[in-house]
Design a protein around this ligand. Sequence first.
Ligand code: PLP
Length: 468
Amino acid sequence: METVMPYTTKIPNTETHNAVRDTDARHHLHPFTDTQALNRKGARVITRAEGVHVWDSDGNQLIDGMAGLWCVNLGYGRQELINAAHEQMQVLPYYNTFFQSTHSPVTSLAQAIADITPGDLNRIFFANSGSEAIDTIIRMVRHYWTLKGKPYRKLLIARENAYHGSTLGGASLGGMPHMHGQCAPLLPGIHCIRQPYWYGEADGLSEDEFGLIRARELEEKLLEVGPDNVAAFVGEPIQGAGGVIVPPRTYWPEIQRICRKYDVLLVADEVICGFGRTGQWFGSQTFDFQPDIMSMAKGLSSGYMPISAVAVGDRIADTLIESGDDFSHGFTYSGHPVAAAVALENIRILQDERIIESVASDIGPYFQARLRDTLSEHPLCGHIEGTGLIAGLALVKDRKTRTFFDEDVGTLCRDECTNNGLIARACGNRMVLSPPLVISRTEVDEMVDRLRVALDRTYARVGGISAA
Ligand SMILES: *Cc1c(COP(=O)(O)O)cnc(C)c1O
């Protein structure tokens, strides 16, 4: 007989931490984790969080340079979000939106999203995760073309090294080979073009030239598969999990031009870029294109509740509505009232405290400048790219020749960050940061300094002579 661990928010002593780790090892399968490796060292037990910091059960305070998983945009411990959940639970903890019912948290949130999204994205479909939002879009655009009398328009085009979630639809649409390997056979009808990764793949071309060339791969692909067979092109404005790949300025307007030319729907996966990350409400605004439909999740509730949404342009929504038939798709928790109430309060705070304006004109530029001033001459740093409060740094063996390491230097550096009180993430040979939008200048300084120390230590471990 095993003892059942009581649920606890306060972990009183080391014995209990070890019990949590043991139970974790016995019963918990973690997402995206090598469980054997994890169990050898034991999971880090996170006990509490406040502002931009989290604490672990060993008493370490860490700066959360990743805002959880790119989502805690307002930081931890916002009492207004807690109250919104608490109050909504007392009034109506759950009701579905399937059978001709609605409630005010979901209608208010739908209106708020319609107001902040650009263009004619006036109707909102709710789900619980980014992956579900992406699956919703796959189903919706395919159904749209059937309703338009073009049932042959079913193909989707996406990109290498894109991340669109982990359901079968999301994993198939994404361009992550390791995920494809494990979930094959993939969803049929998906084609892939190369990513606009200038630093890693441009081979001497200017950023502008390279952006156009990679965008024009969409046109080549359309002509190859037949433009009339294609439902939509899907992309993240900035690829997040791919390592924060910021496209050249020329890229998205050219993608938009090609989509319009061949009447292919343009889908923005705004799960990371949405809600202020790039200094505008949505990444598509920062990169100057107008999607026909967009997914959002993570920052929508600052991660306090699971909720996602698909903002649908009039062209698609009107067609669905005028069909006079069910769109046979939805989730038990679509438009969950508690999640909706929290998301609504999250949007109110972003607006009232002018947080996105500050990402655009104050803390975002400060963060980008501090990163470059402190790190761009570091022997491991090939290139820094980013905008607003998202950034990626390429780790290289040789700065002159842009040679990457054979060994997994990202994981080394990630571990050195953690050891030095910073949660950063490694995506292959790139380090990425995406802190809460409410981070202060002092906290940015501290974050960047901790990253510098981690880079020095990583450099020493791969045989370089540390500057420190
Ligand atoms: C995280 C992410 C998803 C998937 O969201 P989940 O909530 O994990 O299902 C989809 N698209 C992008 C761009 C993401 O970053």
